[in-house]
Ligand binder design. Sequence first.
Ligand SMILES: Nc1nc2c(ncn2[C@@H]2O[C@H](COP(=O)(O)OP(=O)(O)OP(=O)(O)O)[C@@H](O)[C@H]2O)c(=O)[nH]1
Ligand SMILES: [K+]
Ligand SMILES: [Mg+2]
Length: 419
Amino acid sequence: MDTIFAEASPPGRGGITVVRLSGPSARKAAEAFAGPLPDARRSYLRKLRDGDDLIDHALVLWFEEGHSFTGEEVAELHLHGAPVIADRLARGLLSQGLRRAEAGEFTRRAFLNGRMDLAEAEGLADLLSAETEAQRKLAMKATDGELGKITDQLRHDLIRAGALIEASIDFADEEVPEEVPVEVYELIDRVRAQISEMLCSYPATERLRQGYEVAIIGPPNAGKSTLLNRIAQREIAIVSDIAGTTRDILELRTDLHGLPVTFLDTAGLRDSADPVEAIGVQRATTRARGADIRIHLSEDGLFTGELLKGDLVVRSKSDVSSGGDLEISAMTGKGIAELLELVYDELRSRAADSGLIGNKRQAEALGRARADLEDIDHIAPELLAERIRGANFSLAEVVGKIGAENYLDEIFSSFCIGK
Ligand SMILES: Nc1nc2c(ncn2[C@@H]2O[C@H](COP(=O)(O)OP(=O)(O)OP(=O)(O)O)[C@@H](O)[C@H]2O)c(=O)[nH]1
Ligand SMILES: [K+]
Ligand SMILES: [Mg+2]
């Protein structure tokens, strides 16, 4: 096994740069620069030298095999945060025979050494890319091993069901048709119900993970771009009194009280002879349909087209006209805070339905497990036992106990170098 190294802190200048070494010669390599390091998990302030070149004064610590993030021997060198120092150290480490880590390689080794299951590793990837408080909380839950515990319990129940069937097959009187014990069906029903419940929460989880989209739509000159600028508190979109000003979709990423929300400004909806504007209208319509919420904005407070669950019908320019339930003035700012609260309330209630299933890979494996446990009422005991084995296999895949090799490259390449 190679000993690898990488900067664990972001590139560039900072207070410190942390260089992490992992592998069988991590400690030896650290000591080649820092001198002997007696105790694990204690930090030492040392001069790092390569021959007679003093590289830096650094904090150095090491972790024994089995008691580190990767499960291998790990050393950490906390350097002063100038790129030239880390570069100088890297040259020394390369000449010691170490190699640079690939993206996600530390976490990959942690998984391969049993320090975390696949769902925890995926949770860690989400945690590192979380942008808002709600995403942080969701990812944190996934790094905590909860899914592994639940799937272990489900597998335990299925193994018991399988054993009960085997016993009934072995001892069945040859004259009497074999009967599957009632407990088997009870166990399977319970497992299937739990899987269904977990799968039910998946779409809400996925939306929160990806971030929500709120499309501002309506006729030309409704004030959509002015509203976007008001939410952004800066001039993102071009505003003019010419109908058909906006053509491309403009995105504004926000953190709405901890929820990741992207507001979309779109082309005013109308039939246009201008081919470019027509493309804009087409894009607006398609994108708005896929958004989580649509704000239907118009001067008369009416809307055309479909109203989907959670949509808001809003009257614009309330400074010059009035009427309608929900009115705003993007010019004066009136009603904007209330509008954002309504958006937040709706999305928060959707986020509240999120659960432990964090991604498509996990959802698909669970879906296969559930499919094996459906329509089992009149099937022969041997076939039922086979189905149970299939479901067990899929449950093991959820947390990567089986079949992880197919996903490792994809999962770990989404990490940065040094993670
Ligand atoms: N009085 C008043 N005028 C507004 C308000 N919001 C927008 N306007 C004006 O309405 C006109 C159209 O505004 P835009 O924001 O460009 O409208 P839009 O819906 O983006 O228009 P298109 O991109 O052409 O579809 C501009 O002259 C704005 O200054 C408002 O709250 N009050
Ligand atoms: K306009
Ligand atoms: Mg516009």
